[in-house]
Each structure stands twice: as C-alpha cells, then as structure tokens.
Design a protein around this ligand. Structure first.
Ligand SMILES: [Zn+2]
Length: 422
C-alpha cells in the first residue's frame, strides 16, 4: 500500500498498484511508478507520497514501457487515403512510438519530416521506402515498384542525412513482383540497407497480381533467395499472412529455410494488417516460430476513420474488422502466447530493432517517462480475423492512457476496437 509522508518528494504523478512489466529491466511486479519532469523518478512496491499528490490508481492494469508499433502507415495525403492520422494510431491509442513502414522515400522524406513528424505528439520513426516514389496509395500500382524505380545512392544519402528518423529500409519480396522482376528489387534494397548500415524490412505475402497466369504462386521459390540475402537484424514481415507467398509454402507447411534464417539472427515482425489469419498463425507457432515484434500494420484501407472520403472507403478491404496494437496483443493471448512473450514484442524487442537505447527505453529510474497503461480484463469475447475465422478469448487488453516524456494522453481514439462480448 502506498503510504503518505509529508517529507516525501513531490512528483508530477504517481501510478499506483499496477502490474509493472519492463522486459528490458527484467521487471514484472506490482509496483508504483512516479513521474517527475518527464522522467521516471521512482519505481518501488510502495512509493511514499504527500497528502495532495496526484495519483492514478492503476491496480488491475498493466503498466508497460511506452508501446512501440513497428509497422504503421501515417504519411497522410501523400500516400492517398492509405496514411492514417499519426496520433490516432499513436498516443491516442496508447502507443507512444510509431514506425512508418515504407511510406516516405528519398524524394518525399522532407515532407514526412515537416508535415508528419513535426506536428505529431507521437514519437515518429520510419523505414525508408526503397522505391523513389515511396508507398503511394498503398503500393496500388505495381509498375511503380520495379528495379527501375530504385535509386540506391539517393536512398543511402537520404538515410545518412536523416538518421534521427530513418531506422531501416522497406522492400517487398512478394510473388507478383517476383513474377515480373525476380529478386532484383530486394537485392537493390539490401544494397541500400548494407551501405547505410540499417536493417532491411521485407514484406512477404502477395500484394500485386501475377505477371503471367501460370507464374508460381507460393513463397517456395522466394524464401531460398531471401535465406541467402538476409542478414542478422533484417526483418521478415507478415509471417501469419493469409495471402500466398508467406512462411507457409504450397504444401501447407512452414518452409524449412525460415528456421535457418531465424537461427542466423533474422527477425520476424507480425505485421498484422489485413494479413492476419488465425489458422496460419497456429501453423507457424506450432512449427516453433516465435515472432520478435508485433507491428499492427494499420492503414486507411483496413481502418475506417471518421470523415474518411467515399473514395477512401472504396479501397477498404479485409472485411473492415476494427483492430489495433492492443487488440492484436489480445489475439496473441487467445492463440496461447503468454504476456511474458507478448510484452517484449511491443517494448524491448522493437527498441532493439530501432536502435532506441537507454534512457529512452524501459521504466528504470531516470528514463524518459514513456509509459503505456492497459486495462487487462477477464471475460469472454469473440475475435475475428480477415478470413472471417472466429476464436474465443477469455482476456482482453485495451489501452487506457499513455505518457510520452511525462505528458499524458488519453486513449480515446475512435478506432479503438470494442470487443464483441459473449
Ligand atoms: Zn504495411
């Protein structure tokens, strides 16, 4: 119990009685967390406070380091309706850091900095698109994404000059692109990543139609190329994709080279989006593959926002099932993963992938006060994936509020899913 002591220091706020989980500091206990001047000022089973101290009772809640979403699409307007308002998926959804996956390019990065990063409350990072035009309209036009649209030197220069924002390179290794250009794009993207010494984030799962009807449809011919190309720290995305060309091959089994790549140090990001399939997730997890990070992959074509134009709604696909980073955590719980496995996927592991180091990570005393508080409820809910497959969850995580640099933001975004209780 928190006790009162008039000699105690005054804090800006004290969160009392929550389950504090901080994988980077090996912490999982019921504790109080005190914030002062934008930093964690105290963390203990019971922090002594003065009578009029501003406290928030978070007993029963999860108190986590600020959540990091490794896969967002927030380059509004420039990427058409594909980009979502950053703070809607960021701080107002309980997420303190967003990584735009491949929206900005060497050409459009200055606009990303000026119109997305600067005005946003959320901490914004990005993986640079390997293509000179970036992720326009969610990569609708396949001809814009061939090797002729990659400028290695321009991309390397853009990364070198913008390391405060850019932490990697985004490319696609998907069967529509391979049917046109083989592995040329991925090789050029790897060249950019190597020269700039950043990780390469590789999209798997079909995005574009095949060039010829009889082109091979599985990922079986793509993954062996990647096994040779990917280095430790590079990231394979969408392991649970319901689209062809992912981890699961034509024979319905996880391709054997995936395990080899992971053993080598290649990382796996869930990249939920409209890809997520409970059936594929089960197969991949049953094969012993545990993803490293959980990107929500929300964008304007799978997330309906208020005041979206009829034009944007025409793009909506994936069954328009509301989701978010915290509901994706709930889905992993329902698939049998533990909180101890899931929390690092949205905190310490993405921090490592992005090169975010102390004092900007974790809840240690003296760290930036980046904290996400989640309500952890027990009950019975029905969860749906984009194939319409439904599973039952007896737990539901939802964001309540977060602190970024000590500033509090309520999780009041209109897009936060309301679970179907049964
Ligand atoms: Zn995406």
């Amino acid at each position: 119990m928190t006790f009162t002591d008039e000699r105690s220091p005054k804090f800006d706020v004290v969160l009392t009685g929550g389950r504090v989980m901080d994988p980077s500091n090996g912490l999982d206990e019921i504790a109080d967390v005190a914030v002062r001047d934008g930093k964690i000022a105290a963390l203990a089973q019971s922090v002594a406070v003065r009578t009029n101290q501003y406290t928030i009772d978070v007993s029963g809640d999860l108190v986590l380091p600020g959540l990091i979403d490794t896969h967002a699409h927030i380059f509004r307007h420039v990427t058409g309706g594909f980009g979502l308002p950053p703070d809607l998926v960021g701080v107002n959804s309980g997420v303190t850091t967003l990584v735009d996956q491949g929206g900005p390019s060497c050409i459009t990065l200055p606009a990303f900095r000026e119109y997305i990063d600067k005005p946003s409350e959320t901490q914004i990072l990005a993986f640079l698109s390997c293509y000179v035009i970036g992720g326009l309209e969610g990569h609708y036009y396949s001809d814009l994404y061939g090797p002729h649209c990659v400028d290695v030197d321009a991309a390397v220069t853009a990364i070198q000059k913008n390391r405060d924002i850019i932490r990697g390179v985004k490319a696609h290794a998907e069967i529509g692109g391979y049917s046109r250009w083989g592995d040329k794009v991925v090789r050029l993207a790897k060249e950019i990543a190597s020269q700039a010494s950043v990780p390469l984030y590789i999209h798997l799962g079909q995005l574009w139609p095949l060039a010829e009807k009889d082109s091979p449809t599985g990922g079986d011919h793509i993954l062996p190329y990647l096994a040779e190309l990917a280095e430790p720290g590079d990231v394979l995305a969408h392991p649970f994709t319901r689209h062809p060309g992912g981890f699961v091959g034509d024979d319905g089994k996880v391709h054997p080279v995936v395990e080899d790549m992971i053993a080598k140090g290649v990382k796996v990001d869930i990249g939920h989006g409209s890809h997520f399939s409970f059936d594929v997730a089960r197969r991949v997890l049953d094969a012993g593959i545990m993803p490293d990070t959980l990107g929500a992959d929300m964008h304007g074509y799978n997330t309906k926002i208020e005041n979206s134009s009829p034009d944007d709604e025409g793009h909506l696909f994936g069954g328009d099932i509301p989701f978010g980073l915290c509901s994706a955590m709930t889905e992993l719980l329902a698939l049998g993963l533990t909180l101890e496995e899931i929390v690092p996927m949205v905190t310490s592991a993405p921090a490592q992938m992005l090169g975010i180091e102390a004092p900007r990570v974790g809840l240690g005393v003296g760290s930036s006060a980046n904290i996400s508080v989640l309500k952890d409820s027990c009950g019975r809910w029905r969860l749906s994936d984009n194939d319409g497959v439904k599973i039952i969850s007896d737990r539901f995580l939802e964001p309540k509020f977060c602190f970024l640099g000590g500033k509090k933001f309520e999780a009041n975004a209109s897009i936060i899913p309301v679970p179907e209780e049964i």
